[in-house]
Design a protein around this ligand. Sequence first.
Ligand SMILES: C[S@@+](CC[C@H](N)C(=O)[O-])C[C@H]1O[C@@H](n2cnc3c(N)ncnc32)[C@H](O)[C@@H]1O
Length: 306
Amino acid sequence: MHTITLHEGGTFHSHKGKVEHSDLIGRPEGSVVRSNTGTAYVALRPLLIDYTLSMKRGATIVYPKDAAQVLVEADIFPGARVVEAGAGSGAMSSWLLRAVGEKGMVHSYERRADFAEIARKNVERFYGGPHPAWKLTVGDLVEELDETDVDRVFLDMLAPWECLDAVAGALIPGGLLCCYVATTTQLSRVVEELREDERFYEPRSWETMLRTWHVEGLAVRPDHRMIGHTGFLVVARRLADGVEAPERRRRPAKGAYGQDYEAARAAAGGAAAPAAEVAPAAGAEREPTAQESPAQDSAAQDTAAE
Ligand SMILES: C[S@@+](CC[C@H](N)C(=O)[O-])C[C@H]1O[C@@H](n2cnc3c(N)ncnc32)[C@H](O)[C@@H]1O
């Protein structure tokens, strides 16, 4: 797949020849054009999934299979008031905005100004200008969060546990926090700190594996390659103020919080340890997947799919 922006007088070049943009401009989507060497291309506008995978990237994006899970499992509904951090490259912001619609609100926080600028450009390019429901703040969520009565919070960052107090203050009773983390150590820490916080009901955690299939005649089988790992999702609901969560029905396994657990925690500096002491150094910020990387730098308006 190639993603290009059409303009009068432009030419698309690849090792399979060239296509004049004027051969496409004015023709309906789904048209077929040929390069000067005879290669056929089907021309389509990018879906949001195509756009997020091909747009310019600062930080690693939420992979589409996970974005789909967030929208459903975090119950992002039209009109919802959503807080998000970090905005990164703006991929999840784009999905959230589409789900909440113009009458909802997505307030994205990003502490790196350069990433925030990439996110802003990506979102505005897809929506054809500033989205009426979007607010982008450059700064750390913990210091800057000024929203209250928020329905949903989505955190995609190295140390979401650092934000729990601020998030608990912003969410309505029954509101939902969803965290996206790359490694098991992050997963463990955010879940345990959600439990310790006591303002959230028992968190749920999972990962999603997507296996695509080759379907041709009698050759119907899973594809040989798949994306092995992207990240884990955790969701937890905000309890009302002053209530105590009912005891968990399934007790922790004997030894789950035994000596080994306590020793590991103490070595990591306990629950209040700064992120740097326990955050895994390698792979904690997600690496781009094989499928994500090829078209990384070509921002898109229109797609010509071979
Ligand atoms: C993996 S990226 C987010 C990608 C984004 N969800 C997307 O789909 O494009 C993580 C981002 O979180 C930002 N970040 C980390 N901690 C933050 C915090 N406490 N407040 C605001 N932004 C934060 C980082 O600067 C980084 O850009």
